[in-house]
Every structure is written in C-alpha cells, then in structure tokens.
Design a protein around this ligand. Structure first.
Ligand SMILES: *Cc1c(COP(=O)(O)O)cnc(C)c1O
Length: 834
C-alpha cells in the first residue's frame, strides 16, 4: 500500500483537480457531435465516411459514457471519503437488458444525442439496433437484481452489484418445426462499449487441495492448502441513477488462467494438455446455467458460485475498505445481500478470511459474519432448494466444509439447549442433510448465518415462515421478514412506454418516475372521457408499434381490433402455460365443431413468450404444442381470423419492453402457492393491462391494490390447494366431470395438432390426466369462466380503459424504489448518501 498523497496534490482524492469537470464535453449538441467524432476517430480509428454501424454505435455509446464518467469518479471518491455503509448485492445473475437508452435517460442526454445524430446524418435507430442485450440471467431473479441496482443508484444509496461476466448469457431461442433449438448467445463478439476491464485488479481464487493445522505462536490454527487456482478479472459497468448525477458500480468477474497455467504451456512439452488446463480454468465464467427454478447440481456451477463470491468479498475487504480498516467494524460498513442461495458459500468464505487470514477468534468472526449477511429466498418449490453433496464440497472447498461443520455443530448445540434432545427436530434443522446423500442445505446455512431472511411477496413470506422453514422461525423469532418485489419504472414505464409516460406527465406533472405512488393522482382522470380516449389511443399505438416489431423480427402479424392476451415468462409447469393453451384449444374446438359461430367469438390474439431450460423435456414439449396449436388455429379458415396464437421466439428484456405496453390482458395463472412473487405481473399492471390471475405471489397484493373490479381472479386459493391434496387429487375426475375440458384434452390427444400422430403430445396429455402436479385440470373450469368475464368486460371498451387506468394509478407500490426503501428500513440500514 502506498502512502496517501498529500492534500495539496491532485492525486489526493479531496483535491479539486482529482476530478474531471462534471459538466462533460457532451452537454450541448455541438459538444456531443465533437465528442462523438473524436471517439469515432481516436477510439475506433475510423473516419465517419468509412465507419460501420458498429463503429458508430460504439462511438455514440462512448460519448454517453464519457459524460457519465465524471459523475462515476465523483461517486467513487465520495464513497471513499465518507466511508458510509453500503450494500454489496451478491447475485449470480443480472438480466440487464440494453444499456444505451437507459444511460441516455439517466444522464438526461436523450434529446441532445438525438439532435446530434440528426446533425451527423445518422439514423439513431440503426445505432440502437446494434446493441446486443447482455442476457446474464434466466428470468425474474436476474431481472430483479438489475431493477434493484437501478433503484439504489437513483436513490443515491452506495451499492456495488457483484456477479459473473458470463461469456455466453442465456441461450438464444429459435424454433425449428415448432421445437425449441438453443443457439449460443455470443453477446461479446463485437465487444461492449459499457464495460471497463481491470486486469490489474485481478484476484487469485483457489480451489481443491487439503487443510492442515499449524502452530501459530502457541495457538493451533487451521489453514487451507489449495490445489489449483484461477484469476478473477473484474469488469466494471456504470449504474447511473436517474437524473441525479449518481453512478454506482456493477462489478462482474471473468475467469482467466493463472500464470501457472500459462507457464505450463511453455514448460511442459505437452502443449495440448497445457491448453486444455487453461480452457478448464476459463470455463468457469464461460456460460450461464440456463436453469430457472431448479438448481443444476453441477460441479462447475459450485465453482462459479465460489469464484464470484470469493472474488467479491476479497475485493470489498481489500479494495473498497481503507487499508487500516478495523475489521471488527465491518457490519458498520457493509451488508452482503444474498440473492437466493447461489452466493451462500460466501458465509464460510468470510469466516475463513476472518479466522484463518485475519486471525480473529471464532466467536468474534461469527458475530461479524452474522451481521454482514442477509438472505433473500426466491422459491417455494422444494426441489429448487439448493444442496451440495458433502463429497463434492469437501473436494472443491475442503476448508469451507470444515467451517460449515463447525457452524452446524454450534447451531445444533443451541437448538438442543432450547428444545432438549428432540432428535427429529435436530435432524430437520441440521445444515447437513443425510438423504439421499450427505449434503449441505444452502438455504439452511443462509438462514442460520443471515441477520434477516426475506421472502419476496406477502404470501410467499408467510408460507416461508409457516410451511418451509417453521422450525427456524420458531428458533429465530424476528429473523423472517417480507420485502415485496418491485420493478424499475424508468425502464419498464418511461423507456418501454413513452406514450403512456407522456400522458401521465401531462396529467400529473413530473416527479412520478422517482415517486411512483404519485400515480394515485391519475385515479381522478379515470373518470375523464378525454383522458380515457387519449389512454386508449396510446394503447392502440403501442399495439401498432409491437406489430411493426413482430413483423420485422419474426414475420408475425397482429390483427387490427384484437384483444392482446399475453403470457410471457419462463416456461415451467408451475406457471401453467398449459392452462392458457387449454383455453385456446377450447375456443378453437367450439368454433370448428360449430357449437359457437366464429363471428360470436371476441377477436383475440394470444401471445406466448417463453424459454424452456434445455434439459427440461416436458417444458420443451409444451413449447412444441403451443407452436403446433398456433399453426393449426392461425390457418384454419373456419376460425375466420378471430383467434390467433403467436409465439415470437427468444423472449428477453428487449422484447418485453415492446410486448408489455401493448398488452390488454396479463396472464398470471400459476398454481396458488407456487409463484414466489412474479415481477412480470407488476410490469403489466403498470402499463395498463388487466390481470387474469390466481391468488398467488404478488398477484395477491396487486388485486388488493387495484380492486376486485379491475382484476379477474380465478382458481383455488393456497389453502384450497392444500385441502385438495389432502383429500387426494385425481385429475381424471376433473376430466370426466367437465365436458369442455374433455373435448379440449381429446382434441390434443387425437393428433389434431400433430398431423394425426397421437404419440407426439401424448406425454403431455397423460401427465395432466394422471399426475398434474400443478393442478391444471382442477383450475380449468374456473379459468374458462374467468375468461368469459374477460370477454364480456372487453366489449365495453370505455369501461375496460377505465379499469386499465385504475391499474396504473394504483400500482405505484410496485416500484423497486419502494422495495429498496423496505430493504433499507427492515434489513440493511444503509441511508442514501446525500
Ligand atoms: C420481468 C421478466 C421476467 C419475469 O417474469 P415473471 O412473469 O415474473 O416470471 C422474465 N423474463 C424477462 C425478460 C423479464 O423482463
């Protein structure tokens, strides 16, 4: 560590010259043009006349970046000087979406930049289209992390987001004969103008080997003698707050072979073996596991988890904290928020650093650790609770396994003290599970170590306390809490829906984008016919815009005058895309059998968007069936074009931003008790779609806020689901008892959607008839009845629009700014830095 520069020297962070001026070179149209051309010439090395669209996109992005840079440096300086407590958000996923428009919006440069491109004769849309979205997440969990860091920056709360810079993000989905085919997502092929690599700050991350004890001046200590290591190279990304001059940091780690690997390339005669070893090391950050809701028990995945968490904790302790920092005060400086169980290996890692490296007493280290972590649980599916076999963990991280054993021993001792030798309870609460193999239950470790444990919606938090971890709730009273998820209104309202945003601002003025509860003021406008008219026109324009996108992107056509009925989210049986599809098949069957005249059917276009995990066979078969039904329904002349099924491939953030503002109806139809929260549901409500949904996850809170008149509720409640399981659920009884359902199922089974081949979709049909874990058949009749209420309501367009406005007006609660305030108040205690 070098000595700090004296106060009068520009290298000292408090010296005025330590910073570039905050008004960057880009804050006028002329300035923007000059800086853009400079970047094109000096950073890309091309004149405008010979530049490619990618050159121009890079130069443009760099110009926006330059402008934010002074603010970024200023924030880093301020955080160093003030030494305030900050949030380290540890997440294996960040589903960021495109950066360009968001960064323009945050910096207030949109108009200047647009005019500057006009002045240069450059089509700004062409530049936008160049950006490949970084898809470094699977779905809701990764998108939540992205919304949270946006809100923290906007609120001025010190935060570093830590994660993995996957070379290949979530796969690109294509359809071949209606079946999902995965293509690699090579988002870095053309480079990214938004990242700043810092190879000089690389950290060495170790694995394997063994542990040993040694004598340290009369004290017996343990240490880890690792077997191999890799380098973690940080890449920084700016996370600008909305028009507040604040920029936080997202720091993603990339794996690189250490010198020892490189040396082997030269020294061993075995060149191939040496290169293989290098590839092995760099595989760690190669690809995002395309799983959603179920952990994939792969060694590489545990390597990824430890890799990024060890790098992040080490980085924070050694890079962000001052060199002379008193480690006992760590809880005053940081809270490590664990986004699901993926980063939970950070708990024994911090213990290892404190006990083995900093030589703290175990009890002191444990007291610090327990204050520095908090854990967010994201699931209720038992199969999604991550466990690692003791065998694997001990091989990869032997010292961490020892530490976990000791944490568990002391924890179980305390349990015994409280409850006596209640062996059943002790086995149930042990961090180490014994069946089917000895393994570490990561959610239990996080619960024991975390200062707080939160669920992500009221219902979810309640089920977590009462059903999933009741023994822990009993043992740790007050540890469990709720923070209902939220979404950033900057991206999902302002950027995605400029028409609606303009209308809102016209009505209630500015300020709502950072104080979303102010949308309440729109309630009065729901009664204003002129406002309703304008609102309906915005929706219609958004549909046309979506039509243009789907035509250009996929050759799909949206028909005029159709209700847009949208179900977009990961494909999973618990989310019940099959229920939506059975409704479509029911309507189709009624038309082609002549029971209902096509002209009596309310015109609807049903849009699906969903990726299935590549190894999830049933989910992929459901995708195949959706496409097969679409193929038949869309081309059958008897339907007279009144029912359409569209399934644009590769649902991602960019597509969500176009689809959601155009939707009339939002499908949130998971089996009650299975969806922890959902955030798609919030995006739709805030964009004026009405929800048809179960009483599940955050739907419960959406319905309570928007009111029963503006929400189509159906299906069993969670207690009713439990009661049906207890009675013994026989899906075939529902099939026998409902003629509509029987017809729809029979139509699929008959081969009507598979050219007469009955075998293709037979596994779906028999799964529903004889297993149906997510009770699709039990909720079918209630769902179809609710859809009939939807049809009836949609006929009165003016009343529908009124309800849509009320959905917007009453959904301000679902801003991720509010989620952040709840985390700060209930868990983090990290006030904004003013
Ligand atoms: C919001 C979002 C999700 C989460 O959707 P849910 O309906 O809550 O599952 C998934 N993927 C993308 C691209 C999103 O934007």
């Amino acid at each position: 560590m070098t000595a700090p520069a004296p106060a009068h020297h520009p290298l000292n962070a408090t010296h005025p010259l330590a910073l570039a001026p905050v008004t960057g070179p880009a804050s006028s149209v002329d300035g923007f043009v000059r800086q853009f051309l400079r970047n094109l010439n000096y950073e890309r090395g091309v004149p405008l006349s010979a530049s490619t669209p990618n050159d121009r996109y890079f130069a443009f992005a760099m110009t926006v970046r330059d402008y934010l840079m002074a603010r970024w440096l200023e924030d880093l300086r301020r955080q160093r000087v003030v030494q305030a407590k900050g949030v380290c958000y540890l997440s294996a996923e960040y589903l960021l979406g495109r950066q360009l428009d968001n960064n323009l919006l945050a910096s207030g440069l949109t108009e200047i930049a647009t005019e500057a491109m006009v002045a240069c004769g450059i089509d700004i849309e062409e530049l936008r289209a160049q950006e490949v979205e970084p898809g470094l997440g699977n779905g809701g969990l990764g998108r939540l992390a992205a919304c949270f860091i946006d809100s923290l920056a906007t609120m001025g709360v010190p935060n570093i987001g830590y994660g993995i810079r996957y070379e290949y993000g979530i796969f690109r989905q294509t359809f071949v004969d209606g079946q999902q085919v995965e293509q690699p997502d090579a988002w870095l092929t053309l480079g990214s103008p938004w990242e700043f690599p810092h190879p000089e700050a690389a950290r060495r991350i170790s694995f394997g080997g063994h542990t040993e004890t040694y004598d340290d001046a009369g004290v017996t200590r343990s240490r880890w003698v690792p077997g191999w290591d890799v380098l973690a190279v940080p890449y920084n990304y700016m996370v600008p707050g909305y028009l507040n001059g604040r920029v936080n940091t997202l720091r993603l780690w990339s794996a690189k072979a250490t010198d020892s690997f490189d040396l082997r390339v030269f020294n061993s005669g075995d060149y191939e073996e040496a290169v293989r070893a290098q590839t092995f090391a760099e595989n760690i950050s190669k690809v995002l596991y395309p799983e959603d809701s179920t952990p994939q028990g792969k060694e590489l995945r545990l390597q990824q988890q430890y890799f990024f968490v060890a790098a992040s904790i080490g980085d924070f302790l050694e890079h962000t904290l001052p060199a002379d920092f008193d480690i006992h005060k760590l809880p005053d400086r940081v809270i490590f928020q664990l986004n699901d169980t993926h980063p939970v290996i950070g708990v024994p890692e911090l213990m290892r650093v404190l006990v083995d490296e900093r030589k703290l007493e175990w009890d002191a280290a444990w007291a610090i650790t327990q204050q520095c972590f908090a854990y967010t649980c994201h699931t209720l599916l038992p199969e999604a609770l991550e466990v690692w076999s003791v065998d694997l963990l001990g091989r990869l991280l032997p010292r961490h396994l020892e530490i976990i054993y000791r944490i568990n021993e002391e924890f179980l001792e305390a349990v015994r003290e409280r409850y006596g030798d209640d062996e059943m309870r002790i086995r149930n609460m042990s961090i180490i599970g014994e069946f089917p193999e000895r393994s570490v239950r990561m959610a239990y470790l996080a619960t024991v170590a975390g200062a707080k444990v939160n669920g992500v919606a009221e219902l979810h938090s309640q089920l977590l306390r009462d059903k999933v971890l009741p023994d822990f709730n009993d043992f740790f009273p007050g540890k469990f809490t709720n923070v209902t998820n939220g979404i950033t209104p900057r991206r999902f309202v302002r950027l995605a829906n400029p028409g609606l945003s303009g209308l809102i601002t016209e009505a209630i003025g500015t300020g709502w984008l950072t104080d979303l509860e102010r949308l309440r003021e729109l309630e009065a406008y729901a009664e204003d016919p002129q406002f309703r008219q304008a609102f309906a026109e915005v929706k219609a324009a958004n549909k046309r815009r979506l039509g243009d996108v789907l035509r250009a992107r996929d050759g799909l056509e949206i028909s005029d005058g159709h209700m847009l009925d949208v179900m977009v989210k990961r494909l999973h049986e618990y989310k019940r895309q099959m229920l939506k599809l059975l409704h479509v098949v029911t309507q189709y069957g009624s038309i082609v059998s002549g029971r209902v005249a096509a002209s009596d059917v309310l015109p609807r276009t049903v849009i699906f968007g969903a990726k299935a995990a590549p190894g999830y066979a049933m989910a992929k078969r459901i995708i195949h069936l959706i496409n097969a039904v679409g193929e038949v329904v869309n081309t059958d002349p008897r339907v007279e074009g009144r029912l359409k099924v569209l399934f644009p491939p590769n649902y991602n953030v960019t597509l969500a931003e176009r689809l959601i503002p155009a939707a009339d109806l939002s499908e949130q139809i998971s089996l009650a008790g299975k969806e922890a929260s959902g955030t798609g549901n919030m995006k739709f409500a805030l964009n004026g779609a009405l929800t048809i949904g179960t009483d599940d996850g955050a739907n419960v809170e959406i319905r309570q806020l928007v009111g029963d008149d503006n929400f189509f509720l159906f299906g069993m409640s969670e207690p009713e689901v439990e009661a049906l399981w207890a009675r013994g659920y026989k899906p075939a009884d529902f099939y026998q008892g409902d003629e509509n359902l029987r017809r729809a199922m029979d139509l699929i089974a008959s081969g009507a959607f598979s050219g007469g081949d009955r075998s293709v979709f037979e596994p779906i049909v028999s799964n529903l008839l004889y297993d149906d874990r997510f009770m699709v058949l039990a909720d079918y009749s209630s769902y179809v009845a609710a859809q009939e209420r939807v049809d009836a309501a949609y006929v009165d367009q003016d009343a529908w629009t009124r309800s849509a406005i009320l959905n917007v007006a009453r959904s301000g609660f679902f801003s991720s700014d509010r989620s952040m305030r709840d985390y700060i108040e209930r868990i983090w205690h990290t006030p904004p830095l003013l």
